[in-house]
Write a new protein. Structure first.
Length: 113
């Protein structure tokens, strides 16, 4: 019932209960999200990537196709495919959307082109 919720308040409620829940929620937002096990796991997996694999990941996060990533990195599209497969394997992602979710959880942000 509380999956992701800060608290569950039943009616009729006291204003103190709402204020206490808001304080807890704001404290969670202000605190770094590094205590979250999913964030820690994603960051650990991200640390396994080589610098080139990290560059390919950043291109994928930017929404670039393999050919554009290859051109930007001055490598062949086939090499990008190999790096992409290694990134997917090391991050434990089965799809591009899962890979993006993991990378964002680890703190990687897409670069603006």
């Amino acid at each position: 019932m509380k999956a992701g919720a800060v608290d569950f308040i039943e009616k009729p409620f006291a204003s103190e209960a709402i204020l206490a829940s808001l304080e807890v929620a704001l404290a969670r937002l202000a605190a770094p999200n590094e205590q979250d096990p999913a964030t820690v796991a994603a960051a650990t997996k991200l640390a396994l990537l080589s610098p080139r694999e990290r560059e390919v990941l950043e291109g994928l996060l930017a929404g670039l196709p393999n050919k554009t990533i290859a051109y930007d990195l001055a490598i062949s599209p086939r090499t990008v495919e190999i790096h992409r497969a290694r990134v997917m394997d090391k991050m434990g992602a089965r799809s591009l959307s899962e890979l993006i979710r993991l990378a964002l959880a680890a703190g990687v942000r897409p670069s603006s082109r």
